[in-house]
Structure formats: C-alpha cells, structure tokens
Design a protein around this ligand. Structure first.
Ligand SMILES: [Zn+2]
Length: 286
C-alpha cells in the first residue's frame, strides 16, 4: 500500500527547495533543476534528514507514540481510560468522512497513525506509517496540487506557523480545504518543542488569506481545567522524570477526568467556550 500511495503522489511531489519536478530512479529521487538528492529508504522519500531524537523529550515522545516502552504502554492505556481530553464533536473524523475516495489528502505530522489508507503521511520522524520525511515549512508538493490537508495538533510545535499556513495555501488546489486542530489553554508539553498556543483571533489572523476560514472550539474549558489541575500536581510531584510524570498524571486525572463531560454544556455557547477552550479547530478553503 505504501508503494501504491507513493505512485499516486509522485506526480504531485516536487523539490521542496525550488519546486521543480523530480527525477525518479530506483531508491532515489532528485530535483530536475537544482539537483538536490532525496533518497528513498524503506519506501519513504527523505526530503529532510530524519529528525534526530536529540532531546530526551523527543525520544520519549517517539517511544510513547509507538508504545514501545513500559512508560509508552502505560501512557497509551491511560489516554484511553482516563484521558482529560474530550471533544464533543470529532472534527477530524467528520472532515475525513466527507472526503471522496480518489482525493489527494496529506496529513502533516501524522506521527504513527494513519487516518485513512489513501492519506499521504508526512512527518519529521521516520515512523512506520510515514510516507515521506518532510518539513511543513517547505512542503514537497507542487502548487495547486493537493485537495485536503490535515494538521492535528501540529501548529503549536512549529517555530513559524504563518510560514506553514502559507505553504499549505500554495499547495492546495483552488477550492481545496485544510483542517487544523491546535491548542489554546494547554500546558507546555515539548514533544519535541512547543512554541505557541493560539487564541481564536490569532488563528483567524494566520488563516486570513483563505477565502472561507472558520474557527471552532474543539475541546472546551473543562478539558483545559482538568488538564491544568492534573498537570499542576504532576509537575510539582514528578518533575522531569518521564516514568513518574506519566504515573502521576494518570493518578491525578483519576478523581477529576469525568468532569470533562461538562464541556458538552459549554458547547452550547461557542462564544463563552472560546474564551477558555483547550483546543480550537480551524477549517479553511483556498
Ligand atoms: Zn530543486
């Protein structure tokens, strides 16, 4: 399937440096203009070098997401059972459900998950489900070539969010659409770097060049509060030890995580909810 996806996306892929077309050979791609080489390893095109897990946070994240270590397994199980995060509407699921088969869909910063078999995953880490290693600030797609982009809690982790939104707009077909979920009232979480949290006004501003952008609450104020309270005690008690951090986070969530369902009531007033929301969801059309 990975080969099939790559063949489908080959006509859309270009040099992320100069946007010229690529020359394909076995195990390699190269820019037809600037000659930059982009090796293909394990079926993944490397438009950038794999992100090195230089910080312990980055290594922790990778292990957590793949559930390799005991801490990772504990984290994934905890997230399923006692997560403090609750979205009354699953915006990404609804967005993807409306996408017709045969559309060109790119998930930026997919991590180790694949939303649908025909979605092309890019990331800085070489997770198994990643199709190409690429930097969101220099996307390897031709102008006006992609139907849909998905950005699920990625924007807070990039140093130049406006640059990425501009790149997405360049690559989208006219009428193409992007969905972006990102954090507002949310603790610092690294993984590997956490640069910004966004207000509703800030998101409207960075999507201002799109024809039709809409900012909605994704996770409400109680999710924010539950997360902040459990994080407050976790940071105080566990500090930076990853195992104790995960354990404490779970323990402090147990007595309060159920409160998150109060967000179903907050969802009745978008205006009030957006003043304290945990996450926003933006949809925008080129
Ligand atoms: Zn080039």
């Amino acid at each position: 399937m990975q080969n099939e996806r790559l063949s489908t996306f080959k006509p859309l892929l270009c040099c992320p440096r100069c946007h010229a077309s690529l020359l394909w050979t076995e195990g390699n791609a190269a820019c037809s203009a600037c000659r930059s080489p982009f090796p293909i390893e394990a079926g993944k095109v490397h438009f950038v070098k794999p992100h090195s897990e230089s910080s312990s946070d980055a290594a922790f994240q990778k292990k957590q997401m793949c559930g390799i270590t005991l801490t990772g397994k504990l984290y994934n199980l905890g997230r399923k059972l006692i997560s403090g995060e609750y979205a009354p509407v699953n915006h990404i699921k609804e967005f993807v459900a409306k996408i017709k088969p045969g559309s060109r869909v790119v998930d930026i910063g997919s991590g180790s998950s694949r939303i649908r078999e025909d979605v092309f995953n890019i990331d800085l880490f070489a997770f198994a489900e990643v199709d190409a290693l690429a930097d969101a600030a220099n996307l390897p797609f031709m102008d006006n070539s992609v139907d849909f982009f998905i950005l699920d809690t990625i924007l807070e982790h990039v140093p130049e969010p406006q640059k990425i939104i501009n790149e997405i707009r360049r690559c989208l077909k006219p009428g193409g659409e992007v969905i972006c979920i990102t954090t507002f009232v949310f603790p610092f979480h690294g993984y590997p770097t956490h640069y910004f949290n966004f207000t509703k006004d800030g998101l409207s501003f960075i999507f201002r060049d799109f024809s039709n952008s809409k900012v909605m609450v994704n996770m409400g104020p109680t999710s924010a509060l539950v997360n902040l309270v459990s994080e407050y005690f976790t940071v105080a008690f566990a500090g930076r030890n990853h195992f104790f951090y995960t354990l404490c986070k779970g323990l402090f969530l147990i007595p309060i995580f159920m409160f998150k369902y109060l967000d179903a009531f907050w969802a009745l007033s978008e205006e009030k909810s957006s003043r304290l929301a945990s996450h926003f969801c933006v949809t925008a059309v080129k």
